[in-house]
Design a protein around this ligand. Structure first.
Ligand code: DAH
Length: 347
């Protein structure tokens, strides 16, 4: 006669104080493992007569099910205890500083250019490109700066081949190329951010390579006030709504009248500081109404068409916007540059 009650109690007694899964598993194997006590009973059933099978079969099977459940429950209990113990011991110190994951940030000069591009695209401008290795014809002649003109001296140019092929000293030749492409037939709205080159000694505010953002609009009845409005929008977008613009008379061969664009100093609000050299104003661009000679040379009839143009110094804008005092920061791999950007962005 099998005393199932006794076996069950034996199991319960044996596992009562068990606290680890390995010991529990070993006991489990002893009872319901392949060759365990209860498994033996199950296989011995085969040797019994039908009558005996009918009598003991259900008893043994129930025993096996119940003992299995006892082991399963105990297993869960131990697992839970282990987990609780772990949670108790592995307290997370949330005051510990986290691991810093280094992240890339956009180059701040590129970022600034993108900002200007986005704004001007929303005003209907196209962003265009032009060659950096340029012909004298586009860089100077068709901008109303003939050979031998003293205005050329101001732009110490890198000549590549004789006097005809050079590294563009300004992005203004892209104005010429764009107008020529439009054949004097349709209005033009373009900006061209791009690299320019001059034989300058490199220091904190000069570089032999720098970027300009050129803009040109040609249409019917365009005047200086259209230029003023456009410049004002750009400046306010970059430096804030309270920034004022001032236009001083200037001289460029390819514009008439020509102006120098100043913005009110965002730092001292006009009272005078080191950024504005105590004048309250900062120069950010050259601009003007497109000279009739330029329109004519580029295929536009100055009697029917008029336009304005402007040229910003991109590094200068970025230096002002991000408070950088050395232009070389944009062209070396000094990671503090992205730190400046991170800081300004989160302000
Ligand atoms: N190209 C000029 C320079 O490099 C800047 C400039 C002045 C561009 C007036 C213009 C303009 O488009 O209208 O100094």
């Amino acid at each position: 006669m099998i005393d199932t009650k006794k076996i069950k109690e034996e199991v319960i007694e044996k596992i009562k104080n068990v606290t680890d899964l390995k010991t529990l598993y070993d006991i489990r194997v002893k009872y319901i493992g392949k060759k365990g006590i209860i498994s033996e009973l199950v296989s011995n059933l085969g040797k019994l007569s039908i009558e005996e099978k009918k009598q003991y079969g259900p008893i043994i099977n129930t025993l096996k099910q119940e003992v299995t459940r006892i082991f399963d429950d105990k297993n869960k209990e131990i697992e839970l205890n282990i987990l609780n113990e772990k949670l108790k011991n592995e307290k997370i110190d949330i005051s510990l500083p986290s691991t810093k994951i280094p992240m890339g940030t956009p180059n701040i000069l590129e970022k600034l250019i993108e900002e200007v591009e986005e704004l001007l695209i929303s005003l209907g401008y196209d962003v265009v490109d032009g060659p950096e290795v340029e012909e004298d014809k586009y860089n100077f002649e068709m901008l109303n700066i003939p050979k031998g003109h003293p205005a050329r001296d101001a732009q110490d140019t890198f000549y590549i081949k004789g006097e005809e092929i050079l590294l563009r000293s300004q992005t203004s030749p892209v104005q010429v190329r764009t107008m020529l492409a439009c054949r004097g037939e349709k209005p033009v709205r373009m900006i061209c951010p791009g690299k320019t080159y001059r034989r300058d000694d490199d220091d904190a505010t000069h570089s032999h390579q720098f970027m300009q953002i050129e803009g040109l609009l040609v249409d019917k009845d365009i005047s200086l006030s259209d230029l003023k409005g456009t410049i004002d929008i750009i400046v306010k977008k970059l430096f804030g709504e309270n920034i004022e613009t001032r236009f001083r008379p200037s001289y460029y061969q390819f514009t008439e009248p020509s102006v120098e664009v100043d913005i009110s100093c965002f730092n001292c609000k006009g009272s005078g500081c080191h950024i504005c050299k105590h004048t309250g104003w900062i120069t950010v661009a050259g601009a003007g109404v497109v000279h009739p000679n330029v329109l004519r040379m580029c295929g536009y009839d100055p009697k029917a068409w008029s336009g304005f143009a402007f040229g910003f110094g991109a590094e200068r804008l970025a230096m002002l916007k991000y408070g950088i005092d050395d232009l070389r920061v944009f062209y070396n791999t000094d990671l503090r540059e992205s730190a400046i950007f991170d800081r300004k962005e989160s302000e």
